[in-house]
Design a protein around this ligand. Structure first.
Ligand SMILES: C[S@@+](CC[C@H](N)C(=O)[O-])C[C@H]1O[C@@H](n2cnc3c(N)ncnc32)[C@H](O)[C@@H]1O
Length: 456
């Protein structure tokens, strides 16, 4: 059981039919409320981020300052002696000497990128919590409260799980092997992808968050990450809709915009359950035929008349029910928007056109993509804000280019400016509500710049 002192007063654990327990609100929670803060028990950087961030706090180095490399294995980088010492005492002293042999091993080399990160993460966790000299029971008594929460987490499905090599695993030591196996059984369904401004940078274990939050494809909370020099990474779980007292708090284990079948398969393989949230219940009974010629116009008209009027203004916040209601009342003619190829096609078109300076095309596909996000995601979902910011910048680039090339065409310039203001307002509603996260700079700073550019 979880020690009650670990729970914030706004959350209570109650029994769940399938998922053992669920976290429920003990009072009404409003969008933007941070419902819980959880420190990382362990993290491991993605290979592409190694040497770009501190291996302990995940911060990028300050300008003109380089990261210091571990002189033992030369495979870990730190922003300073505080981080290096913390990591050394936690687990690195146990694995440093063996790290190069582990990286060069055939077992490690045969892993996918994601498995490599999990293998490193599991190695850190094993080195931090298992000691070959102690027996498991004796060791548990010495474990920290978060580590004890980790060992109490639900085990994941065993299908399709191949064992991961661990740094310093002594296969003749049964205590260590069994301890590592015990941890691995709770691994896939309990670790998180740490991200900064929606870009993945590491995998991490945040035991209390794993213990509290079940999945929904229509979540009322999302996780964001805070990096501070010299400190472990922090996860903050933020409410993205009004959550009534006794209502379950949920997060997404995967992207809710993925097609229904893809979501169901991933949840079944990685987490061992089939989702029956309101969105899945709706999408299960809906076929998604290929897009038809008028789809773009009809989707945008639908969103303009049904969703945009609900979109947050300063004195009205959207309720969670609003998008579920909209999804349930999605007209049959719009079912093709749920087709697996529709979203990737639009995203590719927007990205290509905005990079190549085809602003009218980019603004058209960007608008349709945003309309689709409004249908697929709950209000205040981070992707909505990030995409709205991209279109704001595209509209502003169109203003600048139009002024340079057709300075006399005031009407066109004004039109682009109007669009930039509209998307800016959508962005502010979401990004400011979610608050700071990830690396310094990012969307909040970009919004600041856009605000000054758009001042009348
Ligand atoms: C991170 S744990 C969730 C915490 C769990 N409620 C507990 O009491 O420890 C993930 C596991 O919870 C279960 N689970 C999470 N969301 C679920 C859902 N929507 N429906 C059924 N089972 C779910 C699955 O077994 C999954 O592998």
């Amino acid at each position: 059981m979880v020690d009650d002192s670990l729970l914030p007063p706004t959350i209570a654990l109650k029994t769940h039919d399938l998922a053992r327990q669920k976290a429920c609100a003990t009072q009404t929670l409003f969008p933007g409320t941070c419902v819980v803060t959880v420190e990382a028990l362990e993290t491991a950087l993605l290979p592409s981020e190694k040497g770009q961030r501190c291996d302990f706090c995940l911060c990028r180095p300050l300008e003109a300052k380089r990261l210091a490399r571990c002189s033992g294995c030369a495979e870990f980088w730190y922003c300073g002696p505080i981080c290096q010492k913390m990591q050394w005492n936690k687990h690195h002293r146990r694995i440093c000497k063996r790290y190069n042999r582990y990286l060069a091993s055939q077992e490690y080399q045969s892993l996918s990128i994601s498995e490599r990160v999990d293998s490193a993460l599991l190695s850190h966790l094993a080195a931090a919590t298992l000691s070959p000299e102690s027996d498991r029971v004796g060791l548990q008594a010495k474990l920290s409260a978060p580590a004890l929460v980790f060992f109490d987490l639900m085990k994941g499905p065993v299908v399709n799980r191949r064992s991961l090599p661990l740094v310093g695993l002594d296969s003749s030591n049964r205590t260590f092997v069994e301890g590592a196996e015990d941890m691995y059984s709770r691994f896939g369904n309990n670790n998180f992808i740490v991200h900064s401004h929606l870009n993945s940078c590491a995998h991490g274990i945040f035991p209390l968050a794993s213990r509290l939050f079940n999945h929904s494809c229509d979540p009322n909370c999302v996780a964001k990450y805070r990096f501070t020099r010299g400190k472990p990474v922090i996860m903050e779980v933020v409410a993205i809709s009004t959550i009534a007292m006794s209502e379950e708090l949920t997060i997404p284990y995967l992207d809710p915009a993925l097609p229904f079948q893809t979501r169901q398969e991933a949840l079944s393989v990685n987490y061992g359950f089939r989702c029956s949230c309101s969105v899945c219940t709706f999408q299960k009974n809906v076929s998604a035929p290929p897009p038809h010629a008028n789809l773009e116009t009809e989707l945008c008209d639908f969103v303009d008349s049904h969703i945009i009027p609900l979109y947050p203004s300063q004195d009205s916040k959207m309720e969670q029910g609003d998008t579920i209601g909209t999804r349930r009342s999605l007209p049959d003619r719009l079912y093709p928007v749920l087709h697996a190829d529709y979203l990737p096609g639009l995203a590719e078109e927007f990205s290509r056109a905005s990079h190549e300076g085809e602003y009218d095309r980019a603004l058209a596909s960007g608008r349709t993509l945003l309309a689709l996000y409004f249908v697929l995601y709950p209000p205040y979902y981070p992707q909505i804000g990030m995409h709205a910011l991209e279109i704001t910048k595209t509209a502003w680039n169109a203003v600048v280019t139009c002024e340079q090339e057709h300075g006399d065409n005031v009407v066109r310039v004004t039109e682009y400016e109007k669009l930039a203001r509209f998307y800016y307002n959508v962005t502010v509603g979401v990004i400011e509500l979610l608050g700071p996260e990830g690396d310094e700079g990012g969307p909040l700073e970009e919004l600041h710049v856009m605000r000054s550019l758009l001042q009348p």
